[in-house]
Design a protein around this ligand. Structure first.
Ligand code: PGA
Length: 248
């Protein structure tokens, strides 16, 4: 089941999403949060940090597992998703860093890295709430169109456009990650609850196709229609096509 909450703008989306995550932490202080990187959740994390600083939130018993990481990057690299999580959230709240998990980008053996990550997710008891952004093509995590829905954590080849877009952050082309480790759709679908956030007009088509279109690997997020507890928080621009089609 999918419930959609309409936000006025990015700030409103961020506050609503942070409220939902806060409620999860308050109701289950030792919950397992599935977290995401990208530009969309930054405001949500900022809001959570603010409420933590005010004394309204306690992360001390929270465990987190992130969706993905670039293969070959260490957590110190400012392009890594570990670095992103530390600087946007973990460094600013009282979460126990030993209970924050991101796929091990430095593990060269892909099978080992992925098997270990699946094991971690299982050993923490599964994910209570998974936060997701959505790509303009409907991707979730690094699960790009065309991938099988059945996969758990796996290694993906980054698309040429992603590699090129990242090139400016690295000294040489050799340093630019060509692959990433990502939770698969199966891991994501196993989360008890899913919270998807979206902002901006460039997500409108992907959001409409994902929530109201055919369920197909060509639109990875469309699988969410089969999950029984999905909450979407999106601003009016991201919802514009859904609103135009009269769905909400
Ligand atoms: P964005 O990325 O939040 O930077 O738009 C979302 C995604 O690609 O999953």
């Amino acid at each position: 089941m999918i419930t959609i909450y309409k936000a006025k703008d990015y700030q409103d989306m961020s506050r609503k999403a942070a409220n939902i995550i806060s409620a999860q932490i308050i109701m289950k202080p030792n919950c397992v949060l599935g977290l995401a990187t990208g530009s969309t959740p930054i405001g949500t994390y900022r809001q959570l940090v603010e409420w933590y600083k005010k004394g309204d939130l306690d992360f001390s018993k929270v465990t987190s597992v992130n969706l993905d990481e670039y293969k070959g990057l260490s957590g110190d690299n400012d392009q890594s998703y570990r670095y992103f999580m530390n600087t946007n959230l973990f460094d600013h709240v009282n979460i126990d860093k030993t209970k924050t998990f991101v796929p091990n980008g430095l593990e060269k053996d892909s099978e080992k890295a992925c098997a270990e990550y699946n094991e971690i997710i299982q050993s923490v008891g599964g994910i209570d709430m998974q936060l997701l952004g959505i790509g303009g093509n409907g991707h979730i995590g690094f699960n790009e169109p065309g991938l099988a829905f059945e996969q758990k954590t796996h290694c993906v080849d980054l698309t040429e456009s992603t590699i090129q877009a990242n090139a400016r952050f690295f000294e040489s082309m050799d340093d630019v990650p060509k692959q990433a480790y990502t939770m698969g759709i199966k891991n994501i679908m196993s989360a008890k609850k899913i919270l998807l956030v979206a902002t901006g007009e460039n997500k409108a088509e992907a959001l409409y196709q994902s929530l109201y279109g055919k369920i197909t690997p060509n639109v990875p997020a469309s699988i969410l229609q089969l999950h029984n507890d999905v909450t979407v928080v999106a601003d009016e621009a991201a919802l514009s096509l859904i609103i135009k089609k009269g769905e909400i």
